[in-house]
Write a protein that binds this ligand. Structure first.
Ligand code: S3P
Length: 451
C-alpha cells in the first residue's frame, strides 16, 4: 500500500471499439468497504472482510483506523482482518487523519470522532477541501459536538473530544446517506434515541450493517432510529462481512455494453440494494437491454449478475425519485443520453454540484467539447442525444480530480469519430483499481500515459 498524497498524473486516450464482450467481477462496493473498516474497528472481536475494495478511498479509511490503534491486516485479494477495539477503544491519533479524496470517510468519521474522548483533525485533498462539511457540522453541533472548520464549513475539521452527546431527531435537509450515517454513528455515543428523517430514500448500508452487527435499528417510513440505550451500553459484535461488487463501477460497463454495437457483457456478483439500482431503472427506461440473473442475498445485501447487450437507446425525462438512487452514476448516464436518440432531461439533481467535482458543469463542458448539445441547468442537464453510430468528435478533457468523470469520458471514447484524451485520470484509483485493464480486456481501446 502506498500513500497517494501526490500521485503521478495519468492520461487516458480512448478511441472507438468494435464490440465489447466477456465476463467480469468489478471491484468491491466503495460504500460498504468504508463501512466494513469503520464498523469492524468499533466492534468487539474479529471482523473478517472479503471482497474489500482496494482503492485509495477505502484504503485511506483503513489507514485512519490503524492510526487510531486498530490492528488491521493489509488487504490481500480483498481479504482484510480487523481486530475490533469496541466503541470506546480507539486511541488518539498522533497526526491529522488524512482521508484523501473521500467524502464518505470524512463525513462518516466525523460522526464517530465527535463521540470520542480525544481531539482529532480530519483533512483531505484539494477536491475534498472544496466540498461542503457544514451539512455534518450542523447536526453534530446540535448533538453537543464541538467542531472547528475552515471558511464556510470546509475541511480540515478539528473535532474536540470529551463532549457528552445528546440524541437528536434530525430532519435532514438534503437526501444524503453520508449525513444520515454521520448522525446515526454519533448517535451510538449519545444518550437517548437518535433518529434521522430523510427527504427521499438514500442508500441504507449503514442501517443494514449496524443491524447485522447487533445494533437495534428501527425504520418507520422515511425515519430511521437507533435503539434507545445508555451511551455506554451499546455494542457492535464482530463477524464476517462480504462486500459485493460495486454497482457504481459496474455502471460504466452497463453503459459501454449498451452503446457499443454487438456487445454482450456479464457483470457478476453485483450489489443490487434497492437504494442503489436507479442506474438500471434509468437505462432500462432509455431502452437498454439489461437483465438480472442469479439473484441471491449475501451478507444482508441483495446481489445478482447483470447481463448487458447493445440496444438502441432513446432520450427520457428522468424520474426525480430515481436521482438519489443513481446519484454517483450520472456522469456515465449523461454519456448514454448523448448517444441516445432524442432529448434527455435531468432535474432535481443539484447534489451533483458538490461531488468530487461539480459534475453538472464538468460533464456539460466535456460533452460540448465533444460536439454534443448539452445544456447545464441549476439542478440537472438537458442533453440532445444524437442517436448516431459515432456521436462524439475529438477533445481533450480535464477530469478535475474526479474519478467518475475520467471513467465516463473513457466510455464516451468508445463511440468517438476521433480520440477522447482525458487528463487527471490518476483519481480512478480511488474507486476502481484496474479499470483500464478491464476496459481493454472487454474490448475497449484505452491507452495510458503517465507523466
Ligand atoms: C455515499 C453516499 C453518497 C455517494 C457517495 C457514497 C455513502 O453521497 O455519492 O459516493 O457511502 O454513503 P451523499 O450521501 O452525500 O449523496
Amino acid at each position: 500500500m502506498t500513500a497517494a498524497h501526490d500521485p503521478a498524473s495519468l492520461t487516458f486516450r480512448s478511441t472507438a471499439a468494435q464490440s465489447l464482450e466477456g465476463e467480469a467481477r468489478v471491484p468491491g462496493d466503495k460504500s460498504i468497504s468504508h463501512r466494513s473498516i469503520m464498523f469492524g474497528s468499533l466492534a468487539e472481536g474479529t471482523t473478517e472482510v472479503s471482497g474489500f475494495l482496494e482503492g485509495e478511498d477505502s484504503l485511506n479509511t483503513l489507514r485512519c483506523f490503524r492510526a487510531m490503534g486498530v490492528s488491521i491486516t493489509d488487504p490481500v485479494d480483498g481479504r482484510v482482518t480487523i481486530e475490533g477495539v469496541g466503541l470506546h477503544g480507539l486511541k488518539a491519533p498522533a497526526k491529522p487523519l488524512y482521508v484523501g479524496n473521500s467524502g464518505t470517510s470524512m463525513r462518516l468519521m466525523s460522526g464517530i470522532l465527535a463521540g470520542q474522548a480525544f481531539d482529532s483533525v480530519l483533512e483531505g485533498d484539494a477536491s475534498l477541501s472544496r466540498r461542503p462539511m457544514k451539512r455534518v457540522i450542523d447536526p453534530l453541533t446540535a448533538m453537543g459536538a464541538r467542531i472547528e472548520s475552515g471558511p464556510e464549513g470546509r475541511s480540515p475539521l478539528k473535532i474536540h473530544g470529551g463532549q457528552s452527546l445528546k440524541a437528536i431527531d434530525y430532519a435532514m435537509p438534503m437526501a444524503s446517506a453520508q449525513v444520515k450515517s454521520c448522525v446515526l454513528l454519533a448517535g451510538l455515543y449519545a444518550e437517548g434515541r437518535t433518529c434521522v428523517t430523510e427527504p427521499a430514500p438514500t442508500r441504507d448500508h449503514t442501517e443494514r450493517m449496524l443491524s447485522g452487527l447487533g445494533v437495534g435499528m428501527h425504520r418507520d417510513g422515511p425515519r430511521v432510529c437507533i435503539e434507545q440505550a445508555d451511551a455506554g451500553a451499546r455494542r457492535l459484535v464482530g463477524r464476517a462481512l462480504e462486500v459485493p461488487a460495486d454497482i457504481s463501477s459496474a455502471a460504466f460497463f452497463l453503459v459501454a455494453g449498451s452503446i457499443v454495437p454487438d456487445s454482450d457483457i456479464l457483470l457478476t456478483h453485483v450489489g443490487l440494494n434497492p437504494t442503489r439500482t436507479g442506474v438500471i431503472d434509468i437505462l432500462q427506461a432509455m431502452g437498454a437491454d439489461i437483465r438480472i440473473e442469479n439473484r441471491r442475498e449475501v451478507g444482508g445485501e441483495p446481489v445478482g449478475d447483470l447481463r448487458v447487450k447493445s440496444a438502441e437507446l432513446h432520450g427520457i425525462e428522468i424520474d426525480e425519485a430515481l436521482v438519489p438512487l443513481a446519484i454517483d452514476e450520472f456522469p456515465v448516464i449523461f454519456v448514454a443520453a448523448a448517444c441516445a436518440k432524442g432529448r434527455t432531461v435531468l432535474t432535481g439533481a443539484e447534489e451533483l454540484r458538490v461531488k468530487e467535482s461539480d459534475r453538472i458543469a464538468v460533464m456539460a463542458d466535456g460533452l460540448q467539447k465533444l460536439g454534443i448539445d448539452a445544456t447545464p441547468t441549476e439542478d440537472g442537464m438537458i442533453i440532445e442525444g444524437r442517436g448516431e453510430p459515432a456521436p462524439f468528435g475529438s477533445a481533450t478533457i480535464y477530469a478535475q480530480g474526479d474519478h467518475r468523470i475520467a471513467m465516463a469520458f473513457a466510455v464516451a471514447g468508445l463511440k468517438a469519430r476521433g480520440e477522447v484524451t482525458i487528463h487527471d485520470c490518476q483519481f480512478v484509483e480511488t474507486s476502481f483499481p484496474g479499470f483500464a485493464e478491464l476496459f481493454n480486456r472487454l474490448g475497449g481501446c484505452l491507452e495510458l500515459s503517465r507523466h
